[in-house]
Design a binder for this molecule. Structure first.
Ligand SMILES: *[C@@H]1O[C@H](CO)[C@@H](O)[C@H](O)[C@H]1NC(C)=O
Ligand SMILES: *[C@@H]1O[C@H](CO)[C@@H](O)[C@H](O)[C@H]1NC(C)=O
Ligand SMILES: *[C@@H]1O[C@H](CO)[C@@H](O)[C@H](O)[C@H]1NC(C)=O
Length: 558
């Protein structure tokens, strides 16, 4: 109860506060230190008590396999080590994984989870390994031990895509492929959440099969949308029939929309962008009420569940990528009031009753609201978003820290705990919290620094514009152009970047504000949209020329 009261006080002045508390440099650094300590408390306890199992069980101080048998927490936490500045441990773990992880195992694995956590984690670590001081092999980033591991894992998933529709099964046996008794029913996100990892793989390895299957699945889903432009949340991958017809932005659907938009940005792909915009319009039209998003019947648009799900809290962050800061902020504010009520977000929250929903009272330390705070803070600089981060640190420490790690909250009403620490706590929750309080982190690079890499030292890497997959693994979009056989494209890109950095000499006193204004000079937008659209939607990337075009497309959405 005490923690609850404390939380209520900490959250007392949320958004639109009259005197929003600005954080001093010292306070920022204080929270970074606190978040680092949280990371190491969880991470070291995983290593001591749980490795090589997938997850730590924080109440019994031991480990268990959950999503497979691949030391999942270690794979998921690897890039967080680098973001926290721990190069030596990153190097040690990268070697450990290369020597010990093996995907030739008789395990029934979730195609979705294996992709976002394992393939995504390994790809991100592969792309960051030079930054982490690893002596990369010749040909990197088009080859390397972590890339081979990622490719190996992804190949194990490919049999799932052999269906009449191209939509994948939900589960695959890593050794034997899809079981003959496997159910053809899977969720929408399980069909539409591959394009970021799979297109990165295809570009790096030169094998188009990954991007092809991911795109085919996206297009197949698109064709099944209802007359009012919505998709349900479970579909039969053999017949394309919708089995569960609730449409919304949360569980079962969420990352499908996320990957359409992020895929559009990463691949500069207007087809994906148009799909996203069409869905976005229907979502606003049929599911949005008072800046909440409800669940509706996908054909009729009638409300089926007036609930807010914890997983939906990523939406304001995604909206910020298309420049819709105002709507994002209002929705974020709604979600914060729920956090304030419980010191965490229950899995489901009934909007009319203003309370939790039976059997869905847990908070497994999910990242989504913190993720949105990070994007919105980057977009606006409004310290109100830091306050959510502060509240998250305070309540997670108070409520879920135990001797051997951090435990999921079983029930936000009484803060009882569960014997589980999901790998996304280290991959996402801690990472987004840290990045929220570390505006100078290399991940926030706006193109002022970069390095040359690739087989002939002729491609540009680390210039920023990282795209986070749905497990918070950052992917460097510039790397997609690095292994292309097309030499012309590469030199064109390099010319663009070099000319960009010439105007762009970093100077000591260059504030974010100044950067924002320079961006707006380069990317023509309608004046009112200017600052909002730019600061986040198109983080300055190496492909600035093409982004100018995209910038206009993005701003049309509001
Ligand atoms: C990196 O992580 C390891 C393992 O937790 C720890 O022993 C070491 O002190 C860390 N180094 C830094 C610079 O934080
Ligand atoms: C995988 O699933 C199939 C079908 O349900 C089952 O027959 C098999 O025993 C499972 N294998 C493992 C290792 O759990
Ligand atoms: C929005 O909904 C109304 C009915 O509620 C419908 O007439 C209109 O066509 C919809 N617009 C879009 C873009 O879906």
């Amino acid at each position: 109860m005490l923690t609850f009261l404390l939380n209520a006080i900490f959250c007392a002045t949320y958004l639109f506060p009259i005197n929003s508390h600005a954080f001093t440099k010292r306070e920022m650094s204080h929270y970074r230190d606190r978040i680092k300590s949280m990371f190491y408390h969880a991470y070291n306890n995983y290593l001591e008590n749980a490795y090589p199992y997938d997850e730590l069980r924080p109440l019994t101080c031991d480990g268990q396999d959950t999503w497979g048998s691949f030391s999942l927490t270690l794979i998921d936490a690897l890039d967080t080590l680098l973001i926290l500045g721990n190069h030596t441990e990153f190097q040690r773990v990268a070697t450990l994984l290369q020597d010990n992880v093996n995907f030739d195992i008789d395990v029934n694995a979730s195609v979705f989870e294996t992709n976002i956590r394992v393939v995504g984690g390994l790809l991100s670590a592969h792309l960051l390994s030079k930054q982490a001081g690893i002596t990369v092999e010749e040909g990197w980033p088009c080859s390397g031990p972590l890339l081979r591991l990622a490719e190996d894992a992804a190949r194990k998933l490919l049999p799932a895509f052999h269906t009449p529709t191209g939509m994948p099964y939900g589960t695959v046996n890593l050794l034997r492929g899809v079981s003959p008794t496997e159910t053809p029913i899977t969720c929408t996100a399980g069909v539409g959440t591959f394009i970021l990892e799979f297109s990165t793989l295809s570009h790096l390895t030169g094998d188009p099969v990954f991007e092809d299957v991911a795109r085919k699945a996206l297009v197949a889903l698109w064709k099944t949308r209802s007359d009012i432009g919505l998709v349900g949340n479970h579909i039969d991958v053999i017949t394309s029939k919708w089995v569960a017809q609730d449409a919304g932005i949360g569980a079962g659907i969420d990352s499908y929309f996320e990957y359409l938009l992020k895929g559009a940005i990463m691949l500069q792909d207007e087809e994906l962008l148009n799909m996203f915009h069409e869905f976005d319009m229907s979502i606003r039209n049929y599911t949005k009420f008072d800046d909440w998003y409800l669940w509706v019947q996908m054909h009729k648009g009638t409300v089926s569940m007036p609930i807010f799900q914890s997983l939906e809290a990523f939406w304001p962050g995604l909206q910020s990528l298309i420049g819709d800061i105002e709507s994002a902020t209002r929705t974020f504010h709604n979600y914060c009031t729920v956090w304030r009520q419980f010191g965490g977000l229950p899995e489901f929250y009934s909007i009319p009753q203003g309370y939790t929903v039976d059997k869905r009272e847990g908070y497994p330390l999910r990242p989504e609201l913190i993720e949105s705070a990070m994007y919105l803070y980057k977009a606006t600089g409004n310290p109100a978003f830091l306050q959510l981060g502060r509240d998250a640190v305070e309540s997670i420490e108070k409520i879920s820290q135990v001797k051997c790690g951090f435990a999921s909250v079983k029930d936000v009403r009484d803060h009882k705990l569960d014997n589980r620490m999901e790998s996304f706590f280290l991959a996402e929750t801690i990472k987004y919290l840290y990045l929220l309080f570390d505006p100078d982190n290399f991940i926030h690079n706006t193109g002022t620094t970069f390095e040359l890499g690739g087989a002939h030292g002729d491609c540009i890497l680390g210039a920023g514009g990282y795209i986070f997959n749905t497990e918070a693994h950052p992917l460097d979009p510039a790397a997609l152009h690095c292994c292309s056989k097309d030499q012309d494209e590469r030199s064109e890109l390099q010319d663009i970047l070099l000319s960009l950095t010439e105007h762009y000499k970093p100077s000591m006193d260059q504030s974010d504000e100044a950067l924002g204004d320079r961006n707006s000079e380069r990317i023509p937008l309608s004046p009112r949209e200017r600052r909002k659209a730019i600061r986040l939607s198109c983080p300055v990337q190496s492909f600035s020329a093409r982004f100018a075009v995209m910038g206009q497309v993005f701003s049309d959405s509001t």
